[in-house]
Design a protein around this ligand. Sequence first.
Ligand SMILES: Nc1nc2c(ncn2[C@@H]2O[C@H](COP(=O)(O)OP(=O)(O)O)[C@@H](O)[C@H]2O)c(=O)[nH]1
Ligand SMILES: [Mg+2]
Ligand SMILES: [Zn+2]
Length: 346
Amino acid sequence: MSTHSTSPSTHSTSLSTYGFDGHWRELAASVTSPGEPGRVTVVDRGSCGVGMETGFRHVRTSRHNVCTGDWVVVDNETVTAVLPRRTAIVRATAGGTSASQTLASNVDTVVITVAADVGLDLGRVERYLALAWDSGATPLLVVTKCDKSSAASFLVDGLLSAAPGVSLATVSSVTGDGIDELLGLLVGTTAVIGPSGSGKSTLANTLVGEGALDTGDVRAADSKGRHTTVRRELLRMPVTGQCIIDTPGLRSVGLVASEAGLHQTFSDIDELAGLCRFNDCSHRSEPGCAVRDAVDPRRIANYHRLERENHWATTRRDARENQKRLAEAKAISKAQRRMYKARNEW
Ligand SMILES: Nc1nc2c(ncn2[C@@H]2O[C@H](COP(=O)(O)OP(=O)(O)O)[C@@H](O)[C@H]2O)c(=O)[nH]1
Ligand SMILES: [Mg+2]
Ligand SMILES: [Zn+2]
């Protein structure tokens, strides 16, 4: 990588406003690929938008698999390297296949939006929490649309019981209540995830400034019966100088072999398990179960359910890896046989 950039670092497109720090400087300098570093702000088919020291560019992704939030090296309008991800939000795609999708990378804070004006689905929140914890970033629960409901404090109690160790903020993008407090809780790059219609884009707009992203209101105007955020887009928040990534609502949030994320999400159950009478207590019907004594049956059931799902995801992944190893071993022995044969014939 050459380092003869002459742009002043105070320029609004300077890399530091995208979160460029010593870590990325070192990594970018260590790759052998030619070019300048930049951050992927949006991904299209075969191309992506990249914020660079010299400004925003649309470049070819070439054979590289990039996602919003990635740090890349760009040369000749083409991505030449993707720097190793520090964190990544990865979900299993729908349909029971073993495929996975990376929603955003190099995220420090994962905001999970929960709308105050609809029924609270704690099971879904726990699922989002497992996804967030597993990314390596820190989850943060945000109750949105507080202007529309007087039940927000009731909601907060429920949420806190399902999210040990997770901070929580309540906001309204309409009145601006809680927005400054939320800004104070956001660390580094933030990704906003949550159900469709829960106010993600509106919140991102509020944090960034007006008109930056499409929201449901716009959709109502063009009368297409679909949610409007189809792209994950990284934007810079002028107030704090940090970045935020809006994501589309997910139809399904499948877990991909996320043991660590599950244990962090259900850390209360893990801790109490030490007090159960039996070492291998499943917290289902054993006598002397400290977990059943203290934890909501709904939460225990969801823990079992997500554990089962995680187990299947892990089994599928292991089977896939075994198959790959087997195929590789076969290819090698075939090549060896061919070599011996050629040698003998010679
Ligand atoms: N009253 C109220 N409505 C909101 C608030 N935030 C979002 N909305 C509305 O909720 C709908 C869905 O918002 P949107 O940001 O598109 O949700 P997304 O699908 O999660 O991105 C839109 O009609 C917004 O105007 C809020 O704080 N208060
Ligand atoms: Mg949206
Ligand atoms: Zn138990």
